[in-house]
Every structure is written in C-alpha cells, then in structure tokens.
Design a protein around this ligand. Structure first.
Ligand SMILES: NC(=O)c1ccc[n+]([C@@H]2O[C@H](COP(=O)([O-])OP(=O)(O)OC[C@H]3O[C@@H](n4cnc5c(N)ncnc54)[C@H](OP(=O)(O)O)[C@@H]3O)[C@@H](O)[C@H]2O)c1
Length: 276
C-alpha cells in the first residue's frame, strides 16, 4: 500500500485518478481547497475502497496556506510514495493570488513549487518517491517572463498565453527537479493528459468551449497513464521524462532549455525566500 497525495483531487483528472488508486487499495490523500467538495469526493471514494480516504485543505492561491498544509502533512505522514501535482485552473480574467502573483503563475506553478519543495523530505523517506507534474501541450505556446509574474505589472491580459506560461513553468520545474534528484530515490516526471472533459474549461466563452469540446477525451485516458507513472515498475527508473496522451510528446525548445530551467528555479527560490 502506497501513500499517495493528489492536489485538486475533488474533480476532473484528479478525482478520476483518485478513484483508480483507491480501488487499487492505496492510502490516498486528497489535497483540495474546497473542503465541502473534498468531502463529497471522499464519500464517493470511501464507497469503493477499503482504506478511508483522507483530506488536507490546500489552497495554492496562498503561499502561507500552502506552507501550513505542507506542515500539517509532514506531521501526519512519515513518507510519501507518490505526489501528483494535478490542481490547476484556466482564468479568463486577470487576477492576483493572495501574494500578488498572476493567478495561473501563482496557482498552477508557484504554489506547487513551494508545496513540492516542502514535501521533498517525505518523498525521500519513501523506498522510492515519485513526483508527477500535470503540464500540458499548451506549454508549446509558453514563455518565461519574470516581469509578468506579478499581476500588477500586466497591462494586456489574454488567458491562453498566461495558462501556457504556467504549464511551461511546470515542465521546466519537473525537468530541473529531475536533474537535482539524479542518483537519489526520488524521480520527477511530467505529462500532458490530453484535452480532457473536465471542469477546467468551465470559464471559457461558449464558442471557445464548443471548439475545445470537439477533441475532448474522458478523464479515464490520462488516469491510466498517471497510474502507470505512479506505480508501474517500468517507470521506476524514468526521471525527467515528459509523456503525453492523445498527441506525441513534443516539447518546445524552451522546455528543453536547461539554462532556462536553472534560471527559473533560482528566481523562484528567491521569490519564495521567506517560505522555503
Ligand atoms: N483538462 C484538460 O484538457 C487538460 C489539458 C492539459 C493539462 N491539464 C492539466 O490537468 C490538471 C487537472 O485539470 P482538470 O482538467 O482535471 O481540471 P478541473 O476539473 O478543473 O480540476 C482542477 C482541480 O484543481 C483544483 N484547484 C483549482 N484552483 C486551486 C487552488 N487555488 N488550490 C487548490 N486546488 C485548486 C480544483 O478545485 P475546485 O474544484 O475547488 O475548483 C480542481 O479540484 C491541471 O493542472 C490542468 O492544467 C488539463
């Protein structure tokens, strides 16, 4: 039985993944911002598994709350076998996190960076720790521009570029972490789950949603890959990989740029100086 933590596990891909892992008999911890939704998910999951599902409140919109949630988990668990960084959003308006960061950057990337670094000791305590990052094919359109990390510095906001930037940041983080973890018992890998029928596109205008809905696949498809990455022996020695459902695993030249990954990592550490 593995200890598995999934962020954003009350809906979409995260919930479907939790269902598979609970059915397989693992100890699953749902890290969710909304306790009511998390409890609804727990009721459904407890009906299919032997182990009661656990909940931890995690709001990636707040660095202070991320720190608190990580410390709570450190008090609760002696190790984590698998950390699935799944939570994410698409925002149609320019908004800031509690700490003033553009929301895609803050929630999809920065919060997860802090969360992962805090939980790294628990992953190292596992026999073999695996970190899985939900990136996206959208990273192909992403750039890293530190001048646009703070919401107050953004004059012209468009949803897709900022979502894409955050997904590029997820991928660069996964790759850099993999290099840092080389030779340890912990791996870091990322994936594009396909264009999945979930709540992610709930905010899009109707015509954009109609376009996206033409290619939607069910969450069960990425769940199969995520569970393989989490548990399968063929993923035991894979580190720094990028897998993809539905389309080939193309990566942009920026995603493969190790210097960019190092710079982003160093810049992020400075941003999180008082929390790390
Ligand atoms: N669906 C796709 O086509 C697609 C494609 C490529 C990549 N992805 C990636 O796959 C991941 C899962 O997406 P999905 O499609 O399953 O989306 P979803 O159905 O919208 O689920 C997203 C989850 O993230 C949670 N979340 C949002 N903001 C949060 C915050 N501030 N703190 C903590 N949790 C938060 C949501 O919680 P609430 O329920 O409380 O909002 C929800 O549980 C995301 O990282 C997404 O970028 C998805």
């Amino acid at each position: 039985m593995k200890n598995i933590v999934i962020t954003g596990a009350n809906a979409g891909i995260g919930f479907e993944t939790a269902q598979s892992l609970v059915s397989a008999g693992h100890r699953v911890i749902l890290a969710c911002r909304n306790l009511e939704k998390a409890n609804q998910a727990k009721i459904q999951l407890d009906a299919i598994g032997k182990e009661p599902v656990e909940i931890i409140q995690l709001d990636l919109n707040s660095l202070q709350q991320v720190t608190q949630a990580a410390h709570e988990l450190i008090n609760r668990l002696d190790h984590i076998d698998v950390l699935i960084n799944n939570a994410g959003l698409i925002n149609t308006q320019l908004e800031a996190t509690e700490d003033g960061f553009e929301k895609h950057f803050g929630v999809n990337y920065l919060g997860h960076f802090l969360w992962t670094m805090k939980l790294l000791p628990l992953l190292k305590n596992a026999e073999q720790g695996r970190i899985i990052h939900l990136s996206s094919i959208a990273h192909l359109g992403g750039t890293i521009n530190p001048n646009k990390f703070k919401a107050e510095n953004i004059k012209h906001f468009h949803t897709f570029p900022y979502y894409a930037n955050s997904k590029l940041a997820n991928l660069l983080f996964s790759h850099h972490l993999a290099r840092l973890l080389e030779g340890t018992n912990v791996t870091s890998n990322a994936l594009h789950p396909g264009v999945v029928d979930s709540e992610l596109y709930r905010q899009l205008p109707k015509y954009q949603y109609m376009f996206v809905s033409l290619v939607l696949i069910p969450p069960s498809k990425p769940t199969k890959l995520i569970c393989e990455m989490a548990l399968d022996s063929k993923w035991a020695n894979k580190n720094g990989q990028y897998a993809s459902v539905q389309t080939p695993a193309f990566q942009s030249s920026k995603a493969k740029n190790t210097a960019l990954a190092q710079t982003l990592f160093d810049t992020t550490q400075k941003l999180l100086n008082s929390y790390l």
